[in-house]
Design a protein around this ligand. Structure first.
Ligand SMILES: NC(=O)c1ccc[n+]([C@@H]2O[C@H](COP(=O)([O-])OP(=O)(O)OC[C@H]3O[C@@H](n4cnc5c(N)ncnc54)[C@H](O)[C@@H]3O)[C@@H](O)[C@H]2O)c1
Length: 334
């Protein structure tokens, strides 16, 4: 357990992004004995606005910088004496990885390596934990049925998922080679407040209320398993504190929906909230040219984390989606 140590400071990377900025306030609130140093480069995907609520929290420090920067990461390990790392930092948008993969290789692979290597060099204590945040996309694509489990083969299909798969393998190797106390969690698609505008659900909401076409790839039949971001945060917390060294845990919400159904659900919510609109928002849905190499279906069997660590998702998809729509309406000040 990492909780009751005299100097109890962890490094969280990428904490100004979507999931990290939901995680940090949750974690500070639930673990008052742990200090958090957030190392984030503030790329286009990160924003300190996401962390306004904790910026003055006594247990929170923000450092702007690159996880690939060895001098900086070395300095931070020395200065703060971390006894844990949770690595969220990544280039995370599949479309960008198709158009310009180079930064994905750098941040996701080299950056993870740099963190692991500094942890290996600085940590004399075998119980210090390195938790790597990853994705179910490393397992490739499913057909109509079946689920990903911790035993599924790695079959990444995009430069994004290939870079995440590579980082997962590096993390695994630091357990097998050096005996480091690592865990990896591979999660399904997240949704909720603070997600970057480029992603599917924010794009649907924004396009709908701006009165422009709601773009849906291909025939809209690609399926994802959606997890509310706050449920992802409780899952990470459980795995960070109670997960077994060297293990992988899959997190998912058991909410399988195709992209077209998601767009229609959001339009229904908006039709109810903004009834003055004469037509249904769903009239704006338009199919656009499919993403290259678009995986058909992802679905998670989360029974290991539920059985071993008693984790379960609490938010229903309908209530989570409603909260998400409300958050974006507020952001766009409607
Ligand atoms: N969003 C999802 O649905 C999802 C699902 C499963 C797993 N994941 C994984 O969770 C993690 C977080 O995803 P997200 O959706 O919050 O991503 P995001 O793109 O919203 O945020 C990424 C954050 O990392 C920071 N960053 C990028 N490059 C950096 C670098 N070189 N050094 C330091 N900081 C850097 C960015 O500034 C940003 O704040 C990623 O590792 C991603 O692969 C995401």
């Amino acid at each position: 357990m990492v909780e009751h140590q005299p100097n109890n400071t962890i490094l969280v990377t990428g904490g100004a992004g979507f999931i990290g900025s939901n995680f940090i306030p949750y974690f500070l609130h639930n673990h008052p004995g742990i200090n958090v140093v957030n190392l984030d480069l503030l790329t286009y995907a990160g924003s300190l606005k996401n962390l306004e609520k904790v910026e003055k929290h006594p247990n929170y420090t923000f450092v702007r910088g690159d996880i690939c920067d060895n001098v900086l990461v070395k300095y931070l390990f020395k200065e703060y004496n971390f006894n844990g790392v949770i690595n969220f930092a990544a280039e995370s948008h599949v479309d960008n990885s198709i158009n310009s993969p180079r930064q994905f290789i750098k941040t996701n692979i080299e950056g993870t390596f740099n963190l692991l290597e500094n942890a290996r060099i600085f940590w004399k204590e075998k119980n210090y934990r390195f938790h790597h945040i990853s994705t179910d996309e490393v397992y490739g694509s499913l057909g109509e049925d079946g689920f990903f489990t911790e035993e599924s083969n790695y079959q990444p299909n995009s430069p994004y998922s290939a870079s995440k798969a590579s980082s997962d393998f590096l993390v695994r190797s630091y357990y097998h080679t050096y005996g480091m106390n690592v865990v990896t969690s591979n999660c399904s698609n997240n949704y909720g407040p603070k997600q970057h505008d480029e992603k599917l659900i924010p794009t649907i909401i924004r396009s709908a209320i701006n009165g422009v076409k709601i773009p849906i790839y291909g025939n809209g039949k690609n399926i994802r398993d959606w997890l509310f971001v706050k449920d992802h945060c409780t899952g990470i917390d459980s795995i960070y504190h109670k997960g077994k060294a060297g293990e992988t845990y899959l997190l998912g919400g058991n909410n399988e929906y195709d992209n077209l159904s998601i767009a229609k659900k959001i339009c229904d919510i908006l039709d109810n909230k903004m009834p003055n609109n004469n037509n249904s928002f769903s009239d704006q849905i338009q199919f656009v040219e499919d993403r290259l190499g678009h995986d058909f279906r992802y679905a998670i069997d989360a029974s290991k984390v539920s059985k071993d660590l008693s984790w379960k998702a609490n938010e229903s998809f309908d209530s989570g989606l409603e909260k998400t729509v409300d958050w974006y309406l507020n952001k766009y000040q409607l």
